[in-house]
Design a protein around this ligand. Structure first.
Ligand SMILES: CC(=O)[C@@H](O)[C@H](O)COP(=O)(O)O
Length: 254
């Protein structure tokens, strides 16, 4: 089981709700992925009409909603989005995302740490999206974040685990769950993240932008499961030189 704050999940795959061609495809893909924690941008909520074509179906599907502050450019805007989420969606869980630069969507570490501290003090369950920076992840843990969400590569890039070296450091030192978020472009990359010892992964674009998102949701579910099992089984050591599979002393030497 994946434990975040006081909640347990049997799936280690978190999914996003953006970029799907239709709400129906999104709901089916999420269902087939087995994901139990699903993120949704607060900026997507249509507050004026009082109804939203994905919110209600999502809530009735039984998944836990993880609102995110995507679109916030600084701590103040992110805190506002988190408070709005708590008010409207009746949840204190928040995926904290602050990216002031629309080109690369790189998370702002300074604003993120400042917002995380304030939100934790206000009783939020904070899951911050950050660069794969081991020092920052440690600091976020210290201010009370329930998990850390370092990126594999830029959001929506499908480039995979460009940050692998640093993800390893984060995983090694973390005392809260590490959820590799963003840029995971193929099931094999999700497997790799899990083999490294990540507690979970978050995938959106790779599922939503595939030719068959429902089938791809299923592929990611098994990829995450495989990676987790491989991690628990313990991967063999990587050697820089060859090493004989069978003993060298055999009949040829006798
Ligand atoms: C939906 C969400 O939260 C994204 O910001 C997240 O980082 C996923 O990234 P990908 O779309 O690259 O999977």
């Amino acid at each position: 089981m994946l434990k975040i704050a006081d909640h347990q999940f049997s799936s280690r795959l978190l999914t996003g709700t953006g970029k799907f061609s239709t709400p129906r495809t999104m709901l089916e893909a999420i269902e087939c992925s087995g994901s139990e924690l699903v993120t949704m941008a607060m900026k997507r909520l249509d507050l004026k009409s009082g109804s939203d074509d994905i919110l209600q179906p999502l809530l009735s599907s039984g998944v836990k909603l993880l609102p995110n502050t995507s679109g916030a450019r600084n701590a103040k805007e992110a805190i506002f989005a988190a408070e709005l989420a708590r008010e409207i969606l009746d949840t204190s869980w928040i995926k904290l995302e602050i990216h002031p630069d629309p080109k690369y969507l790189m998370p702002d570490p300074i604003e993120t740490l400042a917002a995380a501290k304030i939100l934790c003090d206000k009783g939020f369950i904070v899951l911050p999206y950050v660069h794969a920076d081991p020092v920052l992840c440690r600091r976020l843990e210290e201010v009370g974040c329930a998990a850390v969400m370092p990126l594999g590569s830029p959001i929506g890039s499908n480039q995979g685990l460009v940050t692998e070296t640093f993800l390893k450091m984060i995983i090694e030192q973390a005392r809260v769950p590490v959820i590799v978020d963003a840029g995971i472009g193929a099931p094999s990359q999700a497997t790799r993240a899990m083999e490294l010892g990540a507690d979970a992964v978050l995938v959106n674009t790779a599922i939503a932008s595939s030719r068959d998102p429902v089938a791809m949701g299923r592929c990611f579910a098994s990829a995450v499961q495989t990676g987790r099992e491989a991690y628990l089984a313990g991967l063999g050591q990587v050697n820089s030189v060859a090493s004989e599979t069978s003993p060298l002393t055999g009949f040829l030497n006798d």
